[in-house]
Design a protein around this ligand. Structure first.
Ligand code: HEM
Length: 142
């Protein structure tokens, strides 16, 4: 029997850094993501580093994000932005594109599909209550 792996064990630090680079690159280039690209500053490198630290922790790695911020909650840092279903879906589109660009396996993509939807929907702050149940901020324990 094989031991189940966390997404962090599958991707490693470099894989997650590559994923986040590809994610903001997709946001920068995809016409469909122009709406959420416009919410971000011109230089995407600071937020790329923050997303990398966040996803390392969320995917079951060391607590790099909360060591700095004291929290893994994603609703507070997004509260100042208008995020409805369209913005959520643009974010998820960029993440799907990034997963393709790093050649993520079908198994990994399947493992991440529901948790990614839940966290993106939890960040949504317009048009109805969040569909997320429980705590979407961590998907894998250390
Ligand atoms: C649902 C659609 C989303 C939109 C439109 C969105 C947009 C944004 C924007 C505009 C910022 C500020 C960027 C800046 O400072 O220039 C931000 C920060 C951030 N976002 Fe999102 N975001 C979304 C979802 C998510 C999700 C699902 C995650 C995590 C899985 C995430 C992780 C982060 C992180 C870690 C930061 C940095 C927060 C900090 O300053 O500590 N975002 N996001």
């Amino acid at each position: 029997m094989t031991t189940p792996q966390t997404p962090y064990q599958i991707l490693g630090d470099q894989g997650i850094a590559d994923l986040c680079q590809a994610f903001y690159d997709a946001m920068d280039k995809l016409p469909e993501a122009a709406g959420i690209r416009a919410m971000h500053g011109e230089d995407l490198s600071p937020v790329t580093g923050k997303l990398t630290d966040y996803l390392v922790e969320w995917m079951g790695g060391p607590p790099r994000y909360s060591d700095v911020t004291g929290s893994v909650c994603m609703t507070d840092p997004h509260a100042g932005y208008h995020i409805g279903p369209a913005e959520r879906d643009q974010w998820l589109l960029c993440m799907q594109e990034a997963l393709s660009r790093i050649d993520a396996s079908d198994e990994l993509r399947q493992m991440l599909e529901t948790p990614l939807f839940r966290i993106a929907d939890a960040v949504r702050n317009r048009e109805g209550a969040s569909a997320a149940e429980g705590n979407p901020n961590i998907i894998a324990a250390n």
